[in-house]
Design a protein around this ligand. Structure first.
Ligand SMILES: Nc1ncnc2c1ncn2[C@@H]1O[C@H](COP(=O)(O)OP(=O)(O)O)[C@@H](O)[C@H]1O
Ligand SMILES: [Mg+2]
Length: 276
């Protein structure tokens, strides 16, 4: 087995070349890892009220891949995202964004890493009501005193389909449009990875489809890496891969998921007496 590493400017791609016993070689293309948890453990509380939210989770999120995280309520999905995004501390193990070990960073460095490398989309859009769409999109960069890359900003705005809505304030936009502003805001700083916790949880199915289609486009067309928590099998079917969590552990994984296959897998959780 032989690893061939080439590094185009924007992204490192790792080609894995395997040689079969017959001597024929097949090249499997896998991309570099954008984020990685290794034996990641998170314990809340102490003594009798102690909750093990993550129990030695190891998982990789590859560059330019769209991963959905699913699992019953309370299985640790949000905790995993928060620990990986540096929004929460870990109790044990390691959380890396690219080559950076989050657990080794002090508060200041962590804040900078979150600002420069991570995009986070919440279920509640968290837009500022007094700012228009464009001002909301560029707000994090304005706070950081960074000038937006205009060409990139144009691409993001066009991809989210907000070109005609930039002067509108949040209350003049539909729920789907507001969430697309939130997605554009997360993308504007060109994060290495985007985390989204139930980004369509507050949307009707049509607006949800808009946002999911956009997230998928940002992966396909812009090479963005996206990790999304969802409880909706249809939403998960937009992803390239689904990782299933139960009781703080990864219990299954599925590639090129269909909504039906995901639903079947989720039913097996229910059959074991868990709620979702
Ligand atoms: N801040 C917290 N304090 C105490 N327990 C928490 C806290 N956050 C989450 N938990 C617990 O950790 C477990 C996992 O929670 P969470 O990651 O929110 O699950 P999910 O997102 O899959 O619904 C649950 O048992 C939850 O009650
Ligand atoms: Mg959650």
């Amino acid at each position: 087995m032989e690893y061939v590493l080439n590094a185009p400017p924007s992204r490192q791609e790792l080609s894995l070349v395997t040689t079969t016993p017959s001597g024929a070689s097949t090249a499997v293309r896998t991309t570099a890892v954008a984020a990685r948890a290794t034996d990641l453990t998170k314990v809340y509380g102490q003594g009798e009220t102690q909750v093990v939210a993550l129990d030695a989770v190891s998982v990789e999120f590859r560059q330019a891949e769209f991963t959905a995280i699913m699992g019953p309520s309370g299985s640790g999905k949000s905790t995993l995202m928060h620990c990986m995004a540096g929004l929460d501390t870990v109790s044990g193990g390691s959380a890396r964004i690219g080559d950076t070990e989050l657990t080794a960073l002090n508060d200041k460095k962590l804040t900078r890493l979150r600002r420069d490398k991570i995009g986070f989309i919440f279920q509640a859009f968290n837009l500022l009501p007094t700012l228009n769409a464009l001002e909301n999109i560029t707000l994090p960069m304005d706070i950081a005193g960074r000038k937006p890359d205009q060409a990139w900003l144009d691409t993001v705005v066009e991809t989210v389909g907000l070109s005609g809505r930039l002067k509108h304030r949040p209350n003049q936009l539909s729920g789907g449009q507001q969430q697309r502003v939130a997605v554009a805001r997360a993308l504007a700083g060109r994060p290495e990875i985007m985390f989204a916790d139930e980004p369509t949880g507050n949307l009707d199915s049509r607006s949800g489809a808009e946002v999911l289609g956009f997230l998928r486009n940002s992966v396909r067309e812009l090479g963005q890496t996206v990790v999304m928590v969802t409880h909706d099998p249809v939403a998960a079917s937009y992803a390239d891969r689904v990782v299933f969590l139960a009781d703080g552990r990864i219990v299954d994984e599925m590639y090129e998921p269909s909504a039906d296959a995901v639903l079947d897998r989720m039913k097996r959780f229910d059959a074991k007496g868990r709620t979702s």
